[in-house]
Design a protein around this ligand. Structure first.
Ligand code: HEM
Length: 301
C-alpha cells in the first residue's frame, strides 16, 4: 500500500500567490509519523558528515536557541511520551536509541532541537530590514543553501521567487510584525521534483533529468514534495521560529485520486510562466500535464 498524502495544497485547483495562513492549534505544532527513524537517522548522518551545510547560527542567538530547545522538550515530553524519555540532563529518542546529553549543546541548542524532530527549524530575528534568518537546523532544503541566506532578511531570502516582492513581501512582513505568541500559524507549499531525496541542495540537480521522464514513467520518476510550515513567536526573545516539515511521495499517489490529479493540472495551467520556470516545471510541463490528464480522465465527472 502506497502512503497517501496528509496534505494536498492544490486541492482547490486554483493558482494563487497568497500566504494562505491558517491558525495552528499549538498541540499540532510537531508531527511524528512512521518515517521518524528514517528522518532522524538521515539528519544524524548529515550532521556528522556535512555539519556546516545543515546547521548555522549567528553569535548572540544562543539564548533564543535555548528557548526553542526548552519549548520543544516540554512539547515532546507532554505530547509524545511514547517517543521520548528524559532522565536528568539526557534526552532519548526511543525508536532510534539516540541519547543526547543536553549540556553538550550549550553553545548551539538549536542543533540539538533539530536532531529531535522530523522538522527543520529556522530562527528569525527582527531587524531594521525586516525579520532575518539568524540560526537554522536545515537538513532538508529544496534547492537552496543555508550559508547563502544566513543573516538575510525575508525579502532577500525570497529574491528568486517571482512575484514575491510585489504580492507577498508586504503581507508577510506584516504577519511577522504582528504575530502573537499564543496564536501560531501554518501554511503549505508544494513542488514536483525529480528525486525523493530529502536533502536536496541545488547541486543535486542532474543535468538532463527531464529527458528521462515520459507519460508512462512520470508516476514513479516524479515526486510530490509538500512542506508543512509553521510560525510561532517566542515569548522571551520575541524572535519567530519557522518550522518546515517535508513530505515526499511518488507522483503516482494521485492515481488513487483522479479529482486531485485534475486539480493539480488546473493549478499548473493557471500558474504564470515565470512561476512554472521557478518551480522547474517548464522542462516537464507537457509530460506532466499529459500524465495528470490521463489519471484525471478516469475521474467520474
Ligand atoms: C508567511 C510566511 C512565508 C511565505 C508566505 C513564504 C512564501 C514563499 C513562496 C511562495 C516561495 C516559493 C516556493 C514555491 O512555490 O516553490 C518561498 C520560497 C522560499 N522561502 Fe518562503 N515564505 C514564508 C516564510 C519563509 C521563511 C520564514 C523563510 C526562512 C528562511 C523562508 C524561506 C524560503 C526559501 C529559502 C525559499 C526558496 C527561495 C529560493 O528559491 O532561493 N520563507 N516562500
Amino acid at each position: 500500500m502506497i502512503r497517501q498524502p496528509l496534505y494536498l495544497p492544490f486541492a482547490e485547483g486554483q493558482w494563487q500567490m497568497s500566504m494562505s495562513l491558517k491558525a495552528l492549534d499549538p498541540q499540532d505544532w510537531i508531527e511524528i509519523d512512521d518515517q521518524f527513524v528514517k528522518y532522524l537517522s538521515q539528519k544524524d548522518t548529515l550532521l556528522k558528515t556535512r555539519h556546516s551545510e545543515v546547521f548555522a547560527s549567528l553569535p548572540g542567538t544562543e539564548a533564543s536557541q535555548q528557548e526553542v530547545l526548552e519549548l520543544l522538550l516540554d512539547h515532546l515530553l507532554k505530547h509524545f511520551p511514547q517517543h521520548y524519555r528524559r532522565q536528568g540532563q539526557t534526552i532519548e529518542a526511543i525508536a532510534t536509541h539516540q541519547v543526547w546529553h543536553i549540556p553538550d549543546f550549550e553553545s548551539a541548542p538549536l542543533d540539538l532541537a533539530g536532531r529531535l524532530v522530523q522538522e527543520d527549524l529556522l530562527l528569525m530575528e527582527r531587524s531594521p530590514q525586516g525579520y532575518r534568518l539568524v540560526a537554522a537546523s536545515l537538513c532538508f532544503p529544496l534547492r537552496w543553501r543555508l550559508r547563502e541566506k544566513l543573516g538575510c532578511p525575508l525579502t532577500q531570502i525570497h529574491a528568486p521567487v517571482p512575484g514575491y516582492s510585489e504580492k507577498l513581501a508586504h503581507p508577510v512582513d506584516s504577519v511577522f510584525n504582528r504575530l502573537k505568541s499564543n496564536h501560531p500559524v501554518w501554511r503549505l507549499n508544494w513542488s514536483i521534483v525529480e528525486s525523493p531525496e530529502l536533502f536536496f541542495p541545488p547541486e543535486n540537480a542532474k543535468p538532463g533529468w527531464e529527458k528521462r521522464i515520459n507519460c508512462q514513467n512520470a508516476g514513479d520518476k516524479l515526486f510530490l514534495r509538500i512542506e508543512r510550515q509553521t510560525l510561532r513567536r517566542l515569548t522571551q526573545s520575541g524572535d519567530i521560529l519557522f518550522t518546515v516539515r517535508t513530505y515526499v511521495y511518488p507522483l503516482r499517489v494521485l492515481e488513487d485520486n483522479p479529482q486531485m490529479a485534475h486539480n493539480l493540472m488546473e493549478t499548473i495551467q493557471q500558474m504564470p510562466l515565470e512561476m512554472q520556470n521557478y518551480k522547474n516545471l517548464l522542462p516537464i510541463q507537457e509530460v506532466l500535464l499529459g500524465y495528470l490528464e490521463d489519471i484525471a480522465s478516469f475521474k467520474p465527472l
